[in-house]
Ligand binder design. Structure first.
Ligand code: NAD
Length: 381
């Protein structure tokens, strides 16, 4: 079948869902690849590189959507794109179905199938298709780089002829996929790194990366936020009070704070309050990776960088993966390629949309003229 990737039209989006390398792999599955002219330019992939990889370069989005059977893209379709999702087309992209119900219904009504990359079940077998994790990994890395760029000192401690420099102190709040990537980057740059999470099971991982896990003096165990499925649940008022008290104690000492705390289907918990920002030293930096969902820091402004009266820089950007478009496109295109491998079991260029397969079923939100979201829980781990 023909797999086509259009140029992303969301303002500022630099990623692309197909790379010359992923196209080579897709062709080995028996598919033909198409790319809209210029689609990879912002991520550093020229039309010539696609052509050299056997991809047909198509002029204009309309022609691309009309010719492709399968559309692979990054962002959910715009209204203009959605009308091109006609009978029997398959769309593979991020979709956020819970927030885009009308769009999902439209796709189903038009007879298109949609695989939402954000709905890939987080089970072991699906890790290679887990685009949420591959993008969170990049965001965590980039958050540290962004912090360093706004911080006027070294990360690592140094003894130089011109004087002794202490290492920076970095606190990472939330040790999920993005938080762990931030911890790894911070320790490898030589900062003294601390991390906190409501899920006590991550303490070992944090410590194995050379960071110190922040424990609370709270009852017997720091377990209040742990819930099913590996995700966090909202904390009790007592737990939250203990957590904030600990953060208040740490705030004057920390040079950089990277917040990544999220709870599924909720606004981000507010964990870094105004008084904590005020208690930080001038020149300190906060990078709030939860900015998209309201922010973990009270003073975060979404998509902006601000400097407070006491000289603390707060970064609320929500497009970290797009700021590293070459890397994120490579990983995202690989996630899509793995999805296509599962959809093309005979490697004969024919899609078998097998709704008995846990991963395919979980990620499919429209199929056979019906909305198929939310999916049943996966049967396997
Ligand atoms: P997430 O983005 O939903 O949340 C980020 C982190 O914030 C989580 O670690 C969460 O515990 C933490 N958090 C929530 N409230 C907090 C608070 N008040 N204070 C401090 N931290 C708080 O999580 P994620 O990165 O998507 O990962 C969630 C889980 O899913 C992890 O257990 C991860 O290992 C697991 N996971 C599994 C797979 C797989 O098996 N395929 C893939 C990815 C992630």
């Amino acid at each position: 079948m023909k797999i086509g990737t259009p140029k992303e039209i969301f303002e500022g989006e630099a990623r692309v869902a197909m790379t010359p390398d992923s196209a080579l792999q897709l062709q080995k599955l028996g598919h033909e690849c198409l790319i809209e002219a210029g689609a990879g330019a912002a991520a550093g992939f020229a039309d010539e590189a696609y052509a050299a990889a056997g991809v047909t370069v198509v002029e204009g989005a309309e022609a691309l959507w009309a010719q492709a059977d399968i559309i692979a893209k990054v962002r959910p379709p715009s209204d203009e794109e959605a009308v091109r999702l006609t009978e029997s087309k398959l769309l593979i992209s991020f979709f956020w179905p819970a927030s885009n119900e009308a769009l999902m219904q439209l796709a189903a009504d038009q007879g298109a199938s949609v695989i939402a990359m954000d709905m890939v079940p987080r089970i072991s077998r699906a890790q290679k298709m887990d685009a949420l994790s591959s993008m969170a990994n990049i965001a965590g890395y980039r958050a540290v780089i962004e912090a360093g760029n706004n911080f006027g000192r070294f990360f690592t401690g140094q003894v130089t002829a011109a004087g002794k420099v202490p290492p920076a102190k970095v606190l990472v709040v939330g040790a999920g996929v993005a938080g762990l990537a931030a911890i790894g980057t911070s320790t490898s740059l030589g900062a003294v790194t601390y991390a906190f999470d409501v899920r006590p099971e991550v303490a070992e991982q944090v410590e194995s990366m050379g960071a110190q896990f922040v424990y609370l003096d709270f009852a017997e165990e720091q377990q209040d936020g742990a819930a099913t499925g590996g995700y966090a649940a909202p904390s009790s008022p007592e737990f939250r009070a203990a957590q904030l008290a600990k953060f208040r104690e740490l705030a004057p000492e920390m040079d950089i704070v990277i917040t990544t705390a999220l709870i599924p289907n909720r606004e981000a918990p507010e964990l870094w309050t105004e008084d904590m920002v005020k208690a930080m030293k001038p020149g300190s930096v906060i990078v709030d990776l939860a900015a998209e969902r309201g922010g973990n820091c009270k003073l975060t402004v979404k998509d902006e960088k601000i400097v407070t009266d006491n000289g603390v820089t707060i970064v609320g950007y929500t497009d970290f993966p797009s700021r590293m478009a070459a890397q994120s496109s490579t990983l995202y295109a690989t996630n899509i390629r793995h999805m296509m491998t599962d959809l093309t079991p005979a490697k004969d260029g024919v899609v078998n949309h097998n709704m008995e397969d846990d991963v395919i079923r979980g990620a499919t939100i429209a199929h056979g003229k019906a909305v198929t979201f939310p999916p049943p829980p996966p049967k396997t781990k």
